[in-house]
Write a protein that binds this ligand. Structure first.
Ligand code: NAP
Length: 351
């Protein structure tokens, strides 16, 4: 049980990111002082969205320059904080060097941030944004689970540097977080394990991978059809509430799958087609062999196609409903609002 003093500042790493943006908004709206640890505090293009929210809210934002790869670089930002949110980690599915571009920042960054928390002498709780990617690697893995369902007890055992390296980076980083947490007794660790995050962010031009898939759909990349790819998804605004409650509910404990519903790209495309009939959205399923043939030229390696396309995906979100009071909004509302935001921002071409 941990009681966080609401008047103390709260550190958020990667505060200018897509997921963190809605969390910082929630913290500011609730009147907290946010220590925003970011790579580029002077980049107004990135900070202007948070600055505008701060101006209109009860809370205060202070920026600190920090890089996941620089040891000690979070020490200043964490000063005086009882609560730390560690969200920063590269989310990219196509990188040149998986070790350097994904694993190093995820793993070294986790060590840096958590060691800064221990050194601070003030931190009582750390909430790490992990992922469902630390729970499973490929949809095929679910075939070996009880009820073919993902739960908080499951760990990803199939990803590595050459297959699903982003998922591998999230797995090693979360494992490291639990190891460091168990070596000290000053703060407790709570992890948030979201499925695919969608929905309008505070910055309509964000670079998270979440935006790419929506833009691809809107701009016609799947007009001939979409692969039968099942996933879980959650609204970025609900994810902010999950983070907030994980930080401030004294009894919050352990890992939490944060996922509104089990779905597929085809189902999400169907919701969009109803709302935006003039856009070239996917209406049919692409046969697996076609995806297998064309996959590599579209950035989908054959092993990924073989182990994911056509497999059912199911996750149990009951812990988050019971212990973090989560109540998820329907995905139809999430994707519709997201698509609308991207049209307005010119990220999806007007019809
Ligand atoms: P994002 O917008 O790309 O955010 C990633 C953040 O990490 C950015 O703020 C980025 O800083 C920061 N970062 C990357 N490398 C860094 C470095 N070397 N030093 C300091 N900061 C660094 O992506 P996101 O979707 O919001 O992801 C945020 C977190 O959610 C990640 O931990 C991701 O794994 C997790 N997650 C995301 C999803 C999803 O579907 N989006 C699902 C599950 C979990 P800059 O602003 O300077 O680039």
């Amino acid at each position: 049980m941990v009681n966080i003093d609401q008047s103390k500042p709260v550190m958020v790493t990667g505060a200018t990111g897509y997921v963190a943006g809605r969390l910082v908004e929630k913290l500011l709206d609730e009147g907290h002082t946010v220590h925003a640890a970011v790579r580029s505090p002077d980049n107004k293009e990135k900070t202007k969205y948070l600055d505008k929210i701060a101006e209109q809210s009860k809370g205060t934002i202070k920026y600190f320059k920090a890089d996941l790869l620089d040891e000690g670089s979070f020490d200043e930002a964490v000063k005086g904080c009882e609560l730390v949110y560690h969200t920063a980690s590269p989310f990219s599915l196509n990188v040149a060097d998986p070790q350097k571009d994904l694993v190093d920042p995820a793993l070294k960054g986790t060590r840096n941030v958590l060691n800064a928390a221990t050194k601070s002498g003030t931190v009582k709780r750390v909430v790490v944004t992990s992922s469902c990617a630390a729970i499973y690697g490929d949809a095929k893995d679910l075939q070996n689970l009880p009820n073919n369902t993902l739960t908080e007890d499951v760990w990803n055992t199939t990803s590595n540097l050459s297959h699903q390296p982003y998922s591998y980076s999230k797995t090693v980083a979360e494992k490291e977080a639990w190891k460091i947490a168990n070596e000290q007794n000053q703060w407790d660790l709570v992890t948030i394990n979201p499925s695919f995050v969608l929905g309008p962010g505070i910055n309509p031009h964000a670079t998270s991978e979440s935006f790419d898939i929506m833009k691809q759909m809107g701009n016609g990349d799947f007009k001939m059809g979409a692969p039968h790819y099942e996933i879980g998804a959650v609204d970025v605004r609900d994810l902010a509430i999950a983070h907030y409650n994980a930080g401030f509910m004294p009894e919050a404990k352990g890992r939490h799958i944060i996922s509104a519903a089990d779905t597929s790209f085809l189902e999400l495309g169907g919701y969009l087609r109803e709302a935006f009939p003039n856009y070239p959205l996917p209406s049919r399923k692409l046969p697996k062999f076609l995806v297998w043939l064309a996959g590599p030229s579209q950035g989908l390696p054959r092993k990924m196609v073989a182990n994911n396309i056509g497999y059912p995906w199911k996750a149990d979100n009951s812990k988050s409903r019971k212990e973090l009071n989560m109540n998820y909004r329907p995905l139809k509302e999430t994707v519709t609002a997201f698509f609308e935001q991207l049209i307005e921002a010119g990220e999806i071409k007007q019809r």
